[in-house]
Design a protein around this ligand. Structure first.
Ligand code: DX5
Ligand code: ZN
Length: 227
């Protein structure tokens, strides 16, 4: 990759009956990652897909699969997702009894590890974990559903995480991903706050022309100054 910004279409807004075709289409349209939302009707009030569907999608694309676990508990299913071809696995710290153990488990299975913060989850969870993370994922909606409105109060939180990552002085390459309500008309502001990886579900899969939407997102991002 090596791009300054990464775009991660969320399959939550894809046509699940044609998932293979849909992921191939967004890869061809220029996506950098496939964002794979896993919900359990327990941690969040919705139910989606698991490792079997991840494994079914895997041979259709070459780009990494970015698994976002919205499930409680986390640990038992980690190996199954690694086996199913996940490249990054992130989870919500409130959903794991032993966050450090879960991070270790993800990495032991050869995947990059991320922590996910809901809009009201404090950044304190980064205090003793940041040095072990590959990804910080900030939710800009409450998790559970696609198509919700971006919560503007998350912008200063993005900036705060950017500062914490930069304070490590580049000793680790930690991605800062934002998830929820990302559209062509707000992506530049989200990048200006410090994000480098953008999940977009309804904005991409709900559009007529995936390539045109991703191209427009990149055009908006090109106007964001270098840090
Ligand atoms: C919400 C999911 C998101 C969702 C984003 O719980 O984590 O990834 O698909 O959808 P949009 O981009 O439509 O807000
Ligand atoms: Zn997500």
């Amino acid at each position: 990759m090596g791009e300054r910004f990464r775009i991660a279409p969320s399959v939550l807004s894809a046509d699940f009956a044609r998932l293979g075709e849909e992921v191939r289409a967004v890869e061809a349209a220029g996506a950098d990652l496939i964002h794979f939302d896993v919900m359990d009707n327990h941690y969040v009030p919705n139910l989606t897909v698991g490792p079997l569907v991840c494994a079914a999608v895997r041979p259709h694309v070459r780009i990494p699969i970015d698994v976002h676990l919205m499930i409680d508990p986390v640990d038992r299913i980690v190996a199954d997702f690694a086996q199913a071809g996940a490249n990054l696995i992130s989870f919500h710290p409130e959903a794991s009894r032993h966050v450090d153990r879960t991070l270790g488990l993800i990495r032991e299975h050869g995947c990059k590890a991320g922590l996910v913060f809901n809009p009201a989850t404090p950044l304190d969870w980064l205090d003793h974990t940041l040095g072990k993370l590959d990804l910080v994922l900030l939710m800009s909606v409450n998790p559970g559903f696609g198509g919700q409105r971006f919560i503007d109060a998350v912008l200063p939180k993005i900036a705060a995480v950017r500062q914490r990552i930069d304070a490590l002085g580049g000793e680790r390459d930690i991605w800062l991903e934002v998830d929820g309500g990302v559209k062509t008309d707000n992506i530049a502001a989200i990048a200006a706050a410090g994000a480098d990886t953008f999940v977009a579900g309804s904005a991409i899969f709900g559009s007529e022309d995936y390539a045109e939407t991703i191209r427009e997102m990149r055009a908006r991002l090109a106007g964001v100054g270098r840090r």
